[in-house]
Each structure stands twice: as structure tokens, then as C-alpha cells.
Design a protein around this ligand. Structure first.
Ligand SMILES: Cc1cc2nc3c(=O)[nH]c(=O)nc-3n(C[C@H](O)[C@H](O)[C@H](O)COP(=O)(O)OP(=O)(O)OC[C@H]3O[C@@H](n4cnc5c(N)ncnc54)[C@H](O)[C@@H]3O)c2cc1C
Length: 250
């Protein structure tokens, strides 16, 4: 008799913990087959990603290997025929997986709608690769600033804008700020006073937390040199500028 196939798409917390829970629940049921498909063969512990920017933890400390999976990009889902098509890998055709039950845990994507230029010029911060790109970008900006003779351009190279004052934004800006200010001291021609790290924030910092904790974080960031712009929404960006607008209080 054909086994019942449960197919899970996505190797983040959602997909992996669903797989683990189903494995536990159904481990004695030989009639059920559980498979997981994900783009990467590892699970990223995203809460520790900001530390990858500053290098205070190594990249291997943020991931756990996902085994027993199809390392593939999901390309389409045929709900009528219950077939998932994935990238082809080394094969000449897309790889197809049939299922009886489907779990879709592919996460979300960053929306740039209504914010012209951000998709082209801003760096996103969600995956492990993003943290590495951001770290390398900061180092490159410092190297460029070190050899830049034009003071205005040098200040621009040393200006970093982080949008979002929730957990991810605050952790990212804190790590970025510490990293930039520490590493800049190793360069000969970077005036620390030229460094600007700006946080485009909502009505307050860390709105998820009680107000006194948010205020504490805000004071600490300010003391460490982060310029906090409350009620400021990033509205767009070009290669050299970011634009913001007052956030409505509704
Ligand atoms: C910097 C940062 C810090 C965070 N800190 C916290 C925290 O402290 N506490 C907290 O509770 N939450 C935190 N979060 C949020 C938390 O990480 C997310 O809510 C959670 O990871 C969502 O899990 P998910 O499985 O739904 O999606 P994801 O983690 O996005 O997983 C989706 C998976 O699907 C894969 N995938 C996507 N598309 C395809 C495709 N087409 N084909 C194949 N695979 C695909 C992706 O590669 C990924 O493996 C943080 C997030 C970030 C970015």
C-alpha cells in the first residue's frame, strides 16, 4: 500500500519544528512519510543574526544543519494534482514531489512597495547571507572612507541608516554601531566624529516592550552615538541618500 506523504516546504523555524513535531507524533506509523524541502541545508537561528554583523559570534554558531531534506528551491505548487515542482539541481528538468498533505512554511518576503529606490539601494536583513553582505559592505565603506580626500563624500561613506526600531532594527543598529566605531579606530584617516549611525524609528524604540525598557534602550543607544529619529518613516533611497517622512501617529 502506498504510504501517506506529508510534504513540508521551508526549512525555517516553522518548517523544521513542524517536521520535528510530526516525526515525534507519527514515529511509530510506518504508513506515513515526512519530507522537507528547503533552499538551504541549514536552519538559521535568526535572533543571533545581528551578532554576525559585528563578528561577536561566528556564522557557524547561528546555524544548525538540516538533514534528511530536499535542498531545492520550490518553484510551483500544483494544488489540483498535489505536486510540488522544485529547481532542477543537476537534473535537466524540475524535480517533482507528490504529496497527500502539504505544509507551506516558506516565510515571508520584505516588501518595498511605495518606497522607491529601497529595493535597489538598501540592504535587507533577514538571512545569514544578508548579515555577511552587510558586514562586508561596512568594511568596504570604511576602506573607501579611509582613502577619500573629499570630506563631504567621506562623511557620506560613514553615514549608516537603519530603518525600523523593533527588535531586529534595534539589535542590528546596536551591533552595526559598535562594529563601525570599533573597527574605524584601526584606520588612519577616519575621524570618529564623522561617523553617523541613524535609526529611523517609529513612535518609540522597541514598542513591543514596556515603555520604560524601550526608553532605557533608547538612552543607551543615544549614549553610544546612535542618532535616533522618532516618528520617521523611510520613504525611499537613491545610491547616495535616503529620504524619510514624518510617520503619522494614527
Ligand atoms: C534579525 C532577526 C532577528 C529575529 N529575532 C527574533 C527573536 O529574537 N525572537 C523571535 O521570536 N523572532 C525573531 N525573529 C523572527 C523569526 O526569526 C521569524 O519569525 C521566524 O524565523 C519565521 O519562521 P518561518 O519558518 O515562518 O520563516 P523563515 O525563517 O523565513 O523560513 C522560511 C524558510 O523557507 C525557505 N524558503 C523560502 N522560499 C523558498 C523557496 N521558494 N524554496 C525553498 N525554500 C524556500 C527559506 O530559505 C527558509 O529556510 C527575528 C528575525 C530576524 C530577521
Amino acid at each position: 500500500m502506498r504510504r501517506t506523504r506529508i510534504l513540508i516546504l521551508g526549512g525555517g523555524f516553522g518548517g523544521v519544528y513542524t517536521a520535528m513535531a510530526l516525526e515525534r507524533t507519527l514515529r511509530r506509523d510506518a504508513e506515513v512519510e515526512i519530507s522537507l524541502v528547503s533552499r538551504d541545508n541549514y536552519l538559521v537561528f535568526q535572533p543571533m543574526l545581528p551578532e554576525v554583523i559585528s563578528g561577536s559570534i561566528g556564522i557557524l554558531d547561528t546555524i544548525a544543519p538540516n538533514t534528511d531534506l530536499y535542498t531545492r528551491t520550490v518553484e510551483s505548487i500544483d494544488l489540483n494534482n498535489r505536486i510540488v515542482s522544485t529547481s532542477s539541481g543537476f537534473r535537466p528538468r524540475p524535480y517533482q514531489l507528490e504529496y497527500d498533505h502539504l505544509v507551506i512554511a516558506l516565510g515571508n518576503i520584505t516588501s518595498f512597495s511605495g518606497q522607491p529606490g529601497l529595493e535597489e539601494h538598501a540592504l535587507t536583513f533577514k538571512y545569514l547571507g544578508d548579515a555577511l553582505v552587510l558586514r562586508n559592505h561596512i568594511i568596504h565603506a570604511l576602506e573607501e572612507a579611509d582613502i577619500e580626500k573629499d570630506p563631504q563624500l567621506r562623511r557620506a561613506l560613514l553615514t549608516f541608516v537603519v530603518a525600523g526600531s523593533g527588535f531586529s532594527g534595534v539589535e542590528a543598529v546596536a551591533e552595526l554601531n559598535d562594529f563601525v566605531r570599533t573597527v574605524a579606530r584601526s584606520f588612519r584617516n577616519i575621524p570618529i566624529a564623522d561617523i553617523r549611525v541613524v535609526l529611523a524609528a517609529g513612535a518609540r524604540v522597541l514598542p513591543e516592550l514596556p515603555k520604560d525598557l524601550g526608553d532605557f534602550a533608547q538612552r543607551l543607544l543615544a549614549r553610544r552615538g546612535v542618532e535616533i529619529r522618532l516618528n520617521t518613516r523611510l520613504a525611499g533611497a537613491t545610491a547616495s541618500t535616503s529620504s524619510s517622512m514624518a510617520r503619522s501617529r494614527s
